[in-house]
Design a protein around this ligand. Structure first.
Ligand code: NAP
Length: 249
């Protein structure tokens, strides 16, 4: 995949991994559009990277998704890359019943449905391009779940499976499908619950995931597992029960 001269939409690009991917893409000479729900985070991102374009959007809302697609397609006619990065991660105790689910944002809508729906919006347009890409951000937890985050892990396993099928369906087209599989990364993803869980390891910097993503794009490495995520992927095939036990004491 060429890594310059693309026009790229990154969901959740105002912070963390998405922002670092935006930085790398701008550095390499791409036009970058980011979206997210918090306008102030998008403004902060634009102050750091004046060349980017921003749009407030809740990707879990069907109307917002449609408006985002229409807005991007009308303004950025050469759009040829979509990074499905927006995500949330919540600790959910299923023993508390359905009320517990209502207390939290809908991880299925944000992490999974938006990935599927935005891909479906952009694929017909992307198929008209000489080269195009969909990049789905999953997680090492797609391969071995942390049971305290049952829905998050299920959505990421689904993003992994969806990416495989999408790649297969699009194999005779100009659209390449990448999956970026981060390990624990030092971002705001879980809204501070790492500290509550006495987790002292904050993870690798998000810039490392962005650099690995650029390398994967350049080398057409369709599954880009970063750092410890490689071990989880491998262990899911060779050593699942032992690794699951270690992670879920
Ligand atoms: N950090 C890790 O350890 C880790 C590990 C593996 C995979 N990942 C994955 O990496 C991706 C990026 O996460 P991150 O670690 O960089 O955390 P982050 O900094 O919290 O980034 C998540 C981004 O998604 C946006 N977002 C969340 N819900 C949204 C919605 N409904 N509509 C639009 N944007 C939304 C957030 O902005 P707003 O809140 O303003 O909308 C935020 O900018 C996620 O898919 C995550 O699952 C992270």
């Amino acid at each position: 995949m060429k890594i310059s001269g693309n026009t790229v939409l990154i969901t959740g690009g105002g912070t963390g991994i998405g922002f670092c991917i935006a930085e790398e893409l701008v550095k390499s000479g791409n036009e970058v559009i980011i979206c997210g729900r918090r306008e102030e985070k998008l403004k902060e991102a634009k102050e750091k990277l004046p060349k980017i374009h921003t749009r407030v959007c809740d990707v879990s809302d069907p109307k917002d998704r449609k408006h985002l697609f229409d807005w991007v397609r009308s303004r950025y006619k050469d759009i040829n890359m979509l990074v499905n990065n927006a995500g949330v991660q919540r600790m959910i105790d299923m023993k508390k019943g359905v009320a517990e689910l209502a207390k939290h944002e809908n991880e299925v809508d944000i992490n999974l449905t938006s990935t599927i729906q935005l891909s479906a919006y952009f694929i017909p347009t992307f198929m008209q391009r000489e080269e195009a890409a969909i990049i789905n951000v999953s997680s090492g937890l797609a391969f071995i779940p942390l049971a305290m985050m049952p829905i998050y892990c299920a959505t990421k396993a689904a993003v992994h499976s969806f990416s495989i099928s999408l790649r297969h369906q699009l194999k005779n087209t100009s659209v390449k499908v990448f999956e970026v599989i981060p390990p624990t990364v030092d971002t705001e993803l879980d809204k501070g619950t790492r500290a509550q869980r006495s987790m002292t390891y904050r993870g690798i910097p998000p810039s490392e995931v962005a650099v690995a993503t650029m390398k994967a794009l350049a080398e057409d490495e369709y599954e880009c597992a970063v750092g410890q995520a490689k071990n989880l992927m491998e262990a899911s095939r060779t050593d699942f029960a032992e690794q699951f036990g270690r992670m879920n004491l």
